[in-house]
Design a binder for this molecule. Structure first.
Ligand code: DQA
Length: 145
């Protein structure tokens, strides 16, 4: 399992806390790592402020054993054909997460270049959104009973 965080999410905790909450990215990643460990699934997290680095990491996921991606593309949600193409290129299922409810915000945040390719989209639930995405991914990774 791979969790990808886009630009400015390294500032979580201090960045517009009324919009994004007070948890830091380290808090979120630690919680996800614990939940994945309890489920016996390997999880790695990656954050970058650079579009190309995010593309490179997604491409690497295509051949490093990753089976599912949880991604908050942050501002690149609304601009990046490159991230969309990278996800399509590796053909891995992914869930798109946003801390804030992008549909309650400025019109330019209402469109995502990724959503129509995603297994699902979670927004507006803060850090809990990542946990819900991880739970959903774990269900989808589990072998059918
Ligand atoms: C965000 C929403 C984006 O519009 C914004 O650019 C972000 C964070 C969110 O998690 O709510 O950086 O993806």
């Amino acid at each position: 399992m791979l969790v990808v965080h886009g630009p400015n999410l390294n500032l979580l905790g201090t960045r517009e806390p009324e919009v994004y909450g007070r948890q830091t990215l380290a808090d979120i990643d630690e919680r996800l790592a614990r939940l994945a460990q309890q489920a016996g699934v390997a999880l790695s997290s990656f954050q970058s402020n650079h579009e190309g680095a995010l593309v490179d990491r997604i491409q690497a996921a295509g051949h490093d054993g990753t089976r599912f991606i949880v991604i908050n593309p942050a501002a690149y949600t609304h601009t990046s054909v490159a991230l969309r193409d990278a996800l399509a290129g590796v053909a891995l299922p992914f869930i798109e997460v946003h801390l804030s409810n992008i549909h309650r915000r400025e019109p330019f945040r209402h469109h995502s270049y990724l959503s129509d390719q995603a297994v699902g989209v979670i927004c507006g639930l803060g850090a809990q959104g990542y946990e819900l995405a991880l739970q959903a991914a774990l269900v989808r990774l589990a072998p059918a009973a």
